[in-house]
Design a protein. Structure first.
Length: 134
């Protein structure tokens, strides 16, 4: 299950996601994983959440992001919540590629993992194949 948090830069998407992460840490019976470019959330999220910096692993592009997420899920069956902050940064702001990547992530997360992803774009700018995740 994928849920998108959409809005222009500075609209409070990351703050909303931080609140969701901290709530998930308190309520989940599994593991919470947070993926982002850079480590700006280090002091904002609960220490029980696993924070991963995509830059540290040189992740760039949709294929690499999909492979990285697939590896995370394959190596840890206890992941119940996955958060990706700023997915368009990883996709080099290619909004047309976003739908394909979201479909791939949805296929591997299924119903067992809740994925929340922030997208820095106005809702009306999203391609049709992305809007099903709103």
């Amino acid at each position: 299950m994928i849920k998108l948090i959409v809005g222009a830069k500075g609209s409070g998407k990351t703050k909303a996601m931080i609140d969701l992460i901290n709530d998930s840490v308190k309520t989940t019976k599994g593991n919470v994983v947070v993926v982002e470019k850079g480590m700006k959330l280090t002091y904002d999220i609960a220490s029980a959440a696993r924070l991963i910096d995509l830059d540290e692993y040189k992740i760039d592009g949709g294929e690499m992001l999909y492979g990285f997420v697939a590896g995370l899920l394959a190596s840890n069956y206890d992941i119940t919540d996955l958060y990706i902050d700023g997915i368009l940064k990883v996709l080099d702001h290619d909004i047309n590629r976003l739908g394909v990547v979201l479909d791939e992530i949805a296929a591997i997360t299924g119903d067992s993992v809740k994925a929340v992803i922030t997208v820095s774009a106005n809702e009306e700018m999203l391609p049709h194949d992305v809007k099903k995740y709103l």
